[in-house]
Design a protein around this ligand. Structure first.
Ligand code: F6P
Ligand code: MG
Length: 472
């Protein structure tokens, strides 16, 4: 079910997989251990605390295994059906594969699944999210951009309502659609797995509207116009069930902008329903699990409580968070009411599926999740957010960068019955759909990789692609 082109590997010194396995995974594992340790230490229940200590020990061992390039061991059976999938693939890789010389995509998924088993096999920590603290903390720190967007959103929706019934200027609508998608795109530049490279300050810079305008030239492939034409045509055809799906990526700010896009699509009637697809376990540090959706809504529902209650850190530094103005509270409350309304009407729904945390690429979706694929065929447009989803769409294979996107996504391409739009800031090696010579030119830019053989320009989220494939 996979392309013949070889996949990126943690053993290849020119791949981003190489420093990822050697430096970034240990950092992520250290954060995991620290968080678990903190919760275990704060736990009053002796039985739960003892069990927690065992989990921390397991996680410390896991970090040791990664750093000392030990063999990958089978995932322990925690009763979930994906254990067999993980272990079958591990067996197929040969029984002696070790952390620092294995396919990147499989092993990174395996890493998070391994972490998960330490919790899922416990009695008291089954649903513990070891990244929850980090996710909510970063969302809090994106306050300026959150407020700016809430204001713009209220303005926009108010105008839309005032103009209801009047003829629409399609060109203007297209520009607005593209801008909304670009907001949603750049929200992906701020995932937490890259935080090991970016400071909070860098993140804030990435989130403001000025930064967004400046970044437009960094979108290497921009098929947003085609996606708009499709939704507009469906709207004109007048069907009363026109769904858009979003295969989510990160929680916090990215989920916030995903919901802004969802609200916009529903308010403009470019869609009548938006279905969101979260992960079913803590995943790649910051990916959305259902509880993150609830946490975000709670924050936006009571913005004063969320932003003005001093955090532990504030208390340590004797700092009082800045108060929100009445207007800011009103704008955030407006947003919450919009989302709650859509949610209540069933127009905005969350639909988990464990296939999103399987190790393989989406080339396997038709085989692994036929029901899901049938369901996605009934959607007007399926938006895949982020780097990992893109890597899975194109099977993380070392394609020539001029390969058409429609070819690199294999069975989900033309004829699949699924209209795919990928919004991805580049944080890996693979990229397709570029013009001839473009990759070479980017390699010659500062930190672009030069003649090292590494596509370094594609590692840090500075460049992006919005790639579309018409499947029906
Ligand atoms: O290498 C960068 C990385 O951490 C990859 O491991 C992963 O593909 C990705 O970023 C996560 O990013 P995103 O949240 O955009 O999927
Ligand atoms: Mg992610």
């Amino acid at each position: 079910f996979e392309p013949k082109t070889p996949q990126y590997s943690t053993g290849d010194p020119t791949s981003f997989a190489y420093p990822t396995a050697r430096s970034r995974w240990p950092v992520i594992l250290t954060q995991i251990i620290d968080d678990a340790f903190k919760s275990v230490s704060a736990c009053d229940d002796a039985e739960k605390r003892n069990e927690g200590k065992k989990i921390v020990e397991e996680l410390v061992n896991l970090k040791y295994e990664v750093q000392h390039d030990r063999a990958l061991t089978p995932i322990r059976d925690d009763g979930a059906p994906d254990v067999a999938i993980y272990n079958k693939e591990l067996a197929a890789l040969g029984n002696k594969v070790s952390w620092l010389n294995v396919p990147w995509l499989y092993t990174e998924c395996y890493l998070f699944r391994r972490v998960n088993t330490s919790f899922s096999l416990s009695t008291h920590w089954k649903n513990y999210d070891v990244f929850a603290r980090q996710k909510i903390k970063t969302f809090r720190s994106s306050r300026p951009a959150v407020i700016e967007l809430a204001a713009r959103y209220k303005d926009l929706v108010t105008q839309l309502r005032a103009n209801k019934g009047k003829p629409v200027n399609e060109e203007a609508e297209k520009i607005l659609f593209m801008e909304m998608c670009e907001i949603c795109l750049w929200g992906n530049a701020t995932d937490l797995s890259l935080l090991t490279n970016l400071s909070y300050e860098d993140i804030q810079k990435l989130q403001g509207s000025e930064a967004r305008k400046a970044a437009e030239k960094n979108i290497l492939v921009n098929d947003l116009g085609a996606a708009f034409d499709l939704l507009m045509a469906a709207k004109k055809a007048g069907g009363n069930e026109r769904r858009v799906d979003i295969v989510l990526d990160n929680a916090g700010f990215e989920l916030y902008v995903d919901l802004i896009l969802a609200g916009y699509l529903l308010s403009t009637d470019l869609a009548t329903q938006v279905v969101l697809h979260p992960k079913s376990m803590p995943w790649f540090v910051s990916d959305v699990v259902p509880a993150d959706f609830a946490a975000l809504l709670t924050a936006v529902a009571s913005p004063r409580h969320f932003y003005e209650t001093p955090t532990e850190e504030d208390q340590l530094q004797d700092k009082t968070p800045e108060k929100l103005t009445d207007t800011e509270v009103e704008e955030l409350t407006f947003l919450f009411q919009e989302w709650a309304g859509f949610h209540g009407e069933g127009q905005l729904a969350l639909r988990p599926n464990r296939v999103w945390t399987h190790p393989g690429s989406f080339w396997r979706l038709p085989h692994e999740a036929p029901d899901l694929v049938e369901d996605l065929k009934t959607s007007e447009l399926v938006i895949f957010k982020g780097d990992l989803n893109y890597r899975k769409l194109v099977a993380d294979a070392s394609w020539d960068p001029t390969t058409p996107f429609t070819e690199a996504i294999g069975p989900l391409g033309p004829g699949s019955g699924i209209n795919v739009l990928s919004l991805r800031t580049c944080k890996g090696d693979v990229v397709v759909g570029l013009k001839p010579g473009e990759d070479e030119k980017l390699r010659q830019t500062e930190d672009g990789g030069g003649d090292t053989g590494a596509r370094k320009w594609a590692w840090n989220g500075k460049w992006a692609v919005c790639s579309f494939s018409k499947g029906r």
